[in-house]
Design a binder for this molecule. Structure first.
Ligand SMILES: NC(=O)c1ccc[n+]([C@@H]2O[C@H](COP(=O)([O-])OP(=O)(O)OC[C@H]3O[C@@H](n4cnc5c(N)ncnc54)[C@H](OP(=O)(O)O)[C@@H]3O)[C@@H](O)[C@H]2O)c1
Ligand SMILES: [Zn+2]
Ligand SMILES: [Zn+2]
Length: 431
């Protein structure tokens, strides 16, 4: 095992990509890396021959950095960050350079390694919800390595793994911020497409980019076993289903749970339901996902929403349904599956309003509820639970040049179950 000491001073920032690769190879900072792991990384990043030339028991960080170095992608525009942006509501994503602020006293600068692609990104680049500002750099599910911290930062240190989700700032003093529900703060700053950002442009840019600078309060800590592509989607898909499961009491083992829409959010709900000991049924449009749902995610049952007989037989069977569907659909049909006092928890955000009759909820005292992401404290709680149980998202890793194609496939529901961009491999900034 060759030894490579982590560099001191500003080298982590200067060579942020290579520093993050070293931290990934040696998460415990032992000063040693496994030769095989190093070669595996080299083949992923297309620098096998350079890395093979690194010889001896002791490798200098400068030599390691040079071997893993890749020239930045040439893109029009100026700035210290490289990402992918939509320029208009066609939603077509293109390489884009922009400026991020430098680290302030309570900021953390994170080199992004993996970035999840949420269906909300697709809604937003296409301006489905109105209020889009272009160019828009989406992405609110990212994990990475800390390469610089401001002088007052206590939560994380340089070289540690960290993550960022949907929010990057809030007032920190209103009643919601005080009760760890920052998502309800009137001054909430979302990770992208938020006009209250600090610094250049004052519009926030998200995780489809080479790095991010975030105030400490919105940085999440992650264990090394979550610093993998499947760890990134926990930051939105994970917390968005975890939070209502906790809030609405759907986290008990005796809850009979159904999950509708087996995409990024839905498959995490299945995983959490199973980890909590529940009986979990998936409701999907076809049987395409049946095998993976039952065999790999551990679902107990699988219902096809178009199969009217099967749906009738499932009437009044569930305590709760988590609805993760991204498009308009029939809520009445879903409500009929609930037991008395059952809860239909809506998480998907289609553009058209739903139609329901009073009689679908009144006689059986059923409840329709909604939920928005989750607070920072609760996100950390969910991440710690996942680290302990080794729960990650089931992902298809893509390079940045596949973002458009991945959006198209997401639109058709052709994803098992989250696309994650390998940022380290495919968004190379000039350093
Ligand atoms: N509430 C929040 O805080 C929050 C946070 C994140 C995301 N969201 C929203 O939640 C929704 C799901 O996000 P996601 O990232 O999980 O999306 P996703 O991975 O694309 O999954 C959505 C699933 O919905 C089902 N579906 C798609 N089109 C449908 C249609 N026309 N009719 C019926 N079912 C359809 C599909 O499941 P099957 O193939 O199994 O049918 C699909 O896999 C999006 O609207 C997103 O914006 C909300
Ligand atoms: Zn999301
Ligand atoms: Zn607040």
């Amino acid at each position: 095992m060759p030894s490579i000491a982590r560099p001191q001073g500003d080298a982590a920032l200067k060579h942020q990509r290579e520093f993050a690769i070293l931290a990934s190879l040696d998460p415990e900072n032992t000063g040693k890396v496994d030769q095989k792991d190093m070669e595996e990384y080299a083949s992923r990043y297309g620098c096998e021959s350079e890395v093979k030339k690194l010889s001896g028991d002791e490798i200098k960080f400068e030599d390691f950095a040079q071997a893993f170095h890749k020239d930045g992608q040439k893109v029009e525009g100026k700035g210290n960050c490289f990402g992918y942006a939509a320029k208009d509501d066609s939603g077509k994503m293109e390489p884009y350079k922009f400026e991020r602020r430098t680290c302030d006293s309570n900021d953390v600068h994170i080199k992004i390694t993996y970035s999840g692609m949420c269906h909300s990104d697709l809604h937003q680049v296409k301006n489905d919800w109105a209020g889009a500002t272009y160019p828009m750099v989406p992405g609110h599910e990212m994990v990475g390595v800390v390469v610089q911290v401001g002088k007052d930062v206590k939560k994380v240190k340089v070289g540690e793994f960290a993550a960022v989700g949907n929010m990057v700032d809030s007032c920190q003093s209103c009643e919601y911020c005080k009760q760890d529900e920052e998502m309800f703060c009137n001054d909430i700053v979302m990770t992208y497409n938020s006009k209250k950002g600090k610094g250049p442009g004052e519009v926030t840019y998200g995780g489809y980019s080479s790095h991010i600078v975030v105030r400490e309060e919105f940085v999440l800590k992650i264990a090394p076993n979550l610093h993998v592509p499947g760890g990134a989607p926990l930051l939105c898909a994970g917390i968005t289903v975890w939070s209502p499961m906790r809030y609405y009491g759907c986290d008990k083992p005796d809850v009979k749970l159904a999950v509708q829409g087996l995409g990024g959010l839905g498959h995490m709900a299945v995983k959490f339901g199973k980890a909590l000991g529940q009986h979990v049924t998936v409701i999907s449009r076809s049987d395409d996902k049946k095998e993976t749902a039952m065999k790999e995610l551990g679902a107990d049952d699988f219902l096809i929403s178009k199969d009217e007989d099967a749906m009738k037989q499932a009437a009044m069977k569930f305590d709760a349904i988590i609805d993760c569907v991204s498009a308009p659909h029939d809520l009445q049909q879903m409500l009929s599956l609930l037991k008395p006092s059952g809860k239909l928890i809506i998480l998907g955000i289609p553009t058209k309003p739903y139609e329901i009759t009073a009689s679908s909820i009144i006689p059986k005292r059923r409840m329709i509820a909604g939920s928005l992401i989750g607070g920072v404290k609760e996100t950390q709680e969910m991440l710690d639970f996942c680290a302990e149980k080794n729960i990650t998202s089931m992902v298809e890793v893509v390079t940045a040049d596949k973002i458009n194609e991945s959006f198209e496939r997401m639109h058709k529901g052709d994803v098992k179950y989250r696309f994650v961009i390998d940022v380290q491999a495919s968004m190379i900034n000039e350093e």
